[in-house]
Ligand binder design. Sequence first.
Ligand SMILES: N[C@@H](CCC(=O)N[C@@H](CS)C(=O)NCC(=O)O)C(=O)O
Length: 221
Amino acid sequence: MSLTIYYDVVSQPSRAVLIFCKMNGIAYTGKHIQLKKGDHLSPEYTSFNPAQVVPTIKDGDFYLGESVAILRYLAAKYKVADHWYPADLQARARVDAYLAWQHTGLRAPCLDVVMEEVFAVVLMGKPCDPKELKRKIGKLTPSFKKFETIFLKDQKFVCGEQISVADIMALSEIVQVLTCPSCKDFLKDFPKIAAWKERVESILNPYHQELVDQMQAVANS
Ligand SMILES: N[C@@H](CCC(=O)N[C@@H](CS)C(=O)NCC(=O)O)C(=O)O
């Protein structure tokens, strides 16, 4: 059965799903849903993703939204290397704990900044409000501290000594916020996260960088 991925490169969870497929040699047909053009609001897209967000996958006649659910589905279906989403109950629970935390713990504060400084301007033509931006950046520090102290600690990767889907999800969010002009040096206070980022990028490249370059091209357009 052929796999289709509906994505936009400006979307962190879309990039995570694409990178996972590329890293694991999972063949797919990509359908570019341009958020900027409102493709995600079309009746056709809404018919299989009523939440009107990317990503979505189609596997045969099965549609699935939500990046975390998609990654779990693909990891099981394509029997990828165990480290991505471990079979061991407790190792898997650690990855699941991160995947549960990241929605509000990391993604929400990163997205707030990205929306205020870049996407509201690029996608909606809404000027950035410097006071709001400052307030939102203020929430990033506790979020990054929690990421470091609760999850990364002194490990090589988010959930231990091997890379997992948690690292792909985390990198996607962190890289996006670092593309904001106000946050480009944000990791100078977080050397462990900076070292982790380099480690994960060296594994996920060239796929990760290709998608980041495409994302930046859209943001600058
Ligand atoms: N929890 C969802 C979040 C998906 C999501 O928020 N996607 C954003 C792009 S990053 C989107 O499509 N936004 C369109 C909109 O809100 O109008 C997931 O992990 O897949």
